[in-house]
Design a protein. Structure first.
Length: 275
């Protein structure tokens, strides 16, 4: 009798078929789909062919009447009315592990300088994680040496503190970040390069960061030619990676260049959704 009851519960809660949606409209950076059933921030695959081999990953960013509003992570070339949409059923996560050190990843956490299968990444961290409770935060009391005497002596930084570097273009902000990464007493560096030109990324890694700084760093790259959603997610991906090492008890220095371009990407996403 117990087996019958268990089978009944399995049948009652089971899914007998998979629901798909269909692209109804493509406007600018957004794609409107009729179905499938989805929640905000769910990942969806938009298939480009009937065999469902090639697809574009997208995220649910809103709802309009009976339509789901999707924003793709990649180029929308090939997406058209009638393309099949499948919901993965989960939001975006980033694979993390100690072997990420010394590597670069894109704005949504995909390793770009080697085959990700060659790395042992033992955990998945959500991109949209809730902030810690204010009462659980430690009081800023310990100094974090950054290794630059002018900063350590005049504007000393504490562990857990946030600082901003504001200056015009071409005056050395990226060079200063590279000096921090090479000389800081923090255990790990997580560096997000958001909206940079393609050639500037390699220049930063090879000239400013150098082999010494790269050995204990993870670099998140979302260049200016990437979609706004990728540039927006890059800051959150970097934060999730930093949180992983923080949870392991490491001192982590999280740097972003620049938050201005992150904000511009967020503004562009909001503008497209309003349209």
């Amino acid at each position: 009798m117990l087996e019958v009851a268990q089978k009944y519960l399995q049948l009652k809660s089971g899914e007998y078929y998979k629901c798909f949606g269909k692209v109804d409209k493509v406007v600018g950076l957004t794609i409107e789909s009729i179905g499938p059933k989805a929640k905000l921030n769910d990942l969806c695959m938009i298939f480009l062919d009937k065999e469902r081999r090639d697809y574009v990953m997208s995220e649910v960013v809103g709802f309009k009447d009976s339509h789901i509003i999707l924003m793709p992570f990649d180029n929308v070339e090939g997406v058209g009315v009638g393309c099949i949409v499948e919901n993965t059923g989960h939001p975006l996560t980033v694979a993390v592990g100690d072997e990420l050190l010394g590597h670069t990843v894109d704005g949504i956490g995909r390793v770009t300088d080697c085959d990700e299968k060659d790395l042992k990444l033992d955990s998945e961290y959500p991109i949209e994680a809730p902030p810690p409770d204010p009462m659980s935060r430690e009081i800023i009391s310990d100094v974090l040496p950054l290794g630059v005497k002018a900063v350590d002596g005049l504007i000393t930084v504490g562990k857990g503190q946030r600082i901003g570097i504001f200056a015009g273009s071409g005056v050395g902000k990226s060079t200063l970040l590279g000096m921090f990464a090479r000389n800081t007493k923090a255990d790990i560096n997580v560096i997000a390069l958001i909206g940079e030109r393609g050639r500037e990324v390699r220049e930063f890694i090879e000239r400013d960061l150098g082999p010494e700084g790269m050995a204990r760093s993870v670099v998140v790259v979302a260049t200016s030619d990437k979609p706004a959603l990728i540039r927006n997610k890059a800051a959150k991906t970097a934060t999730s990676i930093a949180e992983y090492f923080r949870d392991k008890g490491e001192d982590v220095l999280l740097m972003m260049d620049s938050l201005t371009r992150f904000s511009m990407a967020q503004k562009l996403i909001t503008r497209q959704m309003k349209k």
